[in-house]
Design a protein around this ligand. Structure first.
Ligand SMILES: [Zn+2]
Length: 290
């Protein structure tokens, strides 16, 4: 019994983490800023670090060195934080952006590779967190996961204003939130609903929103995701995410699909995934003889 548990534990560790050469870069390269490839298969030239002491935000788990991004992403976080501080009187907690040269993380999500993805926590920090709390932050879920409904205890109407503020930014292409949060946003919007199109339901985003910026102008090797389906995505579309099976089986979150179609257990096992080929400019960073 004990050996079965150990084997299971080892399997889980190997499933969720593997060595990534991208983790070994301590600094950005000195090239001009450019996002290369797609969100889940690419890298980042000339990354900028998000300053750890910023105005209106704090950086979580800085020990992981995932606070680098394309300059457009850094500028977006800075302007959103200033606006949130002014209008919502809170600090934003910034989770993963990208590694110093982008590329695949050794654990966690498969996107965030081109410096254009940013996780912003939905736990609003009205008072600043200590260094210890920042390095080991406690998430606050806006969704009661077992009941598949909003956690009214953790929901604050400033969440609506924050997500709307981010979605209205010109540079933002998509924002991923848990379907229950999307439903709540749908029900609260009484006027202009165009921004809701950018807010996409996806599993795993119950305590943070994942903001995805569009490819920067002129970055010819950057691959954009197809635009979200037309319309606000409310009503039947978001309702269709409600699991028919227990919630446990629907927690996967790859954030990488071309469209935002749901992944079912059947779909994920029926066909092996095509092997990703890293863009040449990225391959050269990790193996310069190529
Ligand atoms: Zn993310």
């Amino acid at each position: 019994m004990k050996s079965t548990c150990v084997a299971l534990l080892l399997w889980l560790v190997s499933f969720f983490s593997f060595a990534s050469p991208w983790e070994s870069f301590a600094k950005p390269n000195r090239l001009s800023p450019e996002a290369i490839g797609s969100y889940a298969n690419g890298c980042l030239l000339g990354a900028k670090a998000l300053p750890l002491n910023g105005n209106g935000y704090q950086v979580l788990r800085s020990q992981n060195k995932r606070y680098y991004g394309h300059p457009n992403t850094i500028a977006f976080i800075e302007r959103l934080s200033i606006q949130a501080r002014k209008e919502l009187r809170t600090h934003l907690l910034i989770g993963d952006l990208s590694l110093p040269q982008g590329g695949r993380f050794s654990s966690g999500h498969s996107s965030h590779q081109t410096g254009l993805d940013a996780d912003i926590w939905l736990r609003l920090a009205d008072t600043k967190l200590s260094a210890a709390a920042l390095s080991l932050p406690k998430p606050k879920s806006l969704v009661d996961m077992s009941a598949y409904k909003l956690s009214t205890k953790n929901w604050d109407n400033r969440h609506f204003r924050l997500i709307k503020m981010a979605a209205k930014d010109e540079e933002v292409a998509r924002i991923f939130v848990h379907p229950v949060i999307k439903e709540q946003l749908c029900s609260l919007e009484g006027g202009d609903r165009t921004w809701l199109r950018k807010v996409r339901p996806w599993w795993g985003h119950n305590y943070h929103m994942h903001v995805r910026l569009r490819c920067p102008k002129g970055d010819s090797s950057c691959v954009d995701q197809s635009p979200p389906p037309k319309g606000d995505g409310c009503g039947a579309e978001v309702a269709s995410w409600k699991p028919k099976q227990p919630v446990k089986t629907y927690r996967g979150s790859s954030e990488t699909k071309k469209s935002d179609k749901k992944t079912t257990a059947k779909a994920s096992t029926s066909r092996p995934k095509a092997k990703k080929i890293l863009p040449m400019q990225c391959a050269q960073l990790i193996d310069p003889v190529k």
